[in-house]
Write a protein that binds this ligand. Structure first.
Ligand code: DX5
Ligand code: ZN
Length: 215
């Protein structure tokens, strides 16, 4: 069953609590939080204090996508707060295997995020140790960008490679997801679809979430 993770980046930040409540009522499975530091990506969003307050009022699992250099600085804190899913970028971390273990020590589902130009084969050596992989279908930094079809091939390769060594591995796709590309993403083996502007850009969140789930 596909899970839909609306990205809060496209929500109305002046009314965050209301937006979170509405997205939960609309049937969101996971809440996706985009953390950007102005170094790893050319944009700034929010950091730890905001994540903590959001986690405290959110009833569905919270998924923190770290688009930051030196993600290792934040992993223990996110673990102590029982964040449900945390991913950091392979391009930003030298000791991937070590940092996955830091997250898993707290029971966090640990994931690696891959930029569009990073080959999926580069994470094959750690696939057995991963809970999920976040495949970027836009260059990270902003909501509302166009979907890059190059991800289909990556999803297919990863699904095939992980089938025996880690059948529980979840594949998350993030960026430019809409109702036109969702069916193919699901058929290739995606488990979690992140959607920002497609959901929050509408005045009917429930209808948008449902349209992503309908194959
Ligand atoms: C981009 C973020 C995405 C983004 C998705 O850097 O990681 O999560 O918010 O937004 P849309 O769905 O509008 O591309
Ligand atoms: Zn994201």
């Amino acid at each position: 069953m596909i899970k839909i993770a609306p990205s809060l980046l496209s929500a109305d930040f002046v009314r965050l609590e209301e937006e979170i409540n509405n997205i939960q009522k609309a049937g969101a499975d996971i809440l996706h939080l985009d953390v950007m530091d102005g170094h790893f990506v050319p944009n700034l969003t929010f950091g730890l204090p905001v994540i903590k307050q959001i986690k405290d009022i959110t009833k569905i699992p919270v998924d923190v996508h770290l688009m930051v250099t030196n993600p290792d600085k934040y992993l223990d804190t996110l673990g102590k707060w029982n964040i449900d899913y945390v991913s950091f970028h392979q391009e930003a971390e030298t000791h991937i295997h070590r940092q996955l273990k830091v997250l898993q020590k707290y029971g966090v589902r640990a994931g690696i995020a891959l930029n569009p130009a990073t080959p999926v084969e580069t994470i094959f050596p750690v696939v057995a140790d991963l809970d999920f992989v976040l495949i970027m279908s836009v260059n990270p930094g902003f909501g509302g960008q166009s979907f890059l079809p190059l991800v289909y091939d990556k999803i297919e390769k990863l699904r095939k490679f992980s089938a025996e060594i880690n059948p529980e591995l979840e594949i998350e796709v993030d960026g430019g997801v809409n109702k036109s590309n969702a069916p193919k993403l699901i058929s290739k083996g995606t488990d979690i679809l992140v959607a920002g502007s497609f959901v929050f850009g509408s005045d009917n969140y429930k209808k948008q979430i449902q349209s992503l789930k309908n194959k």
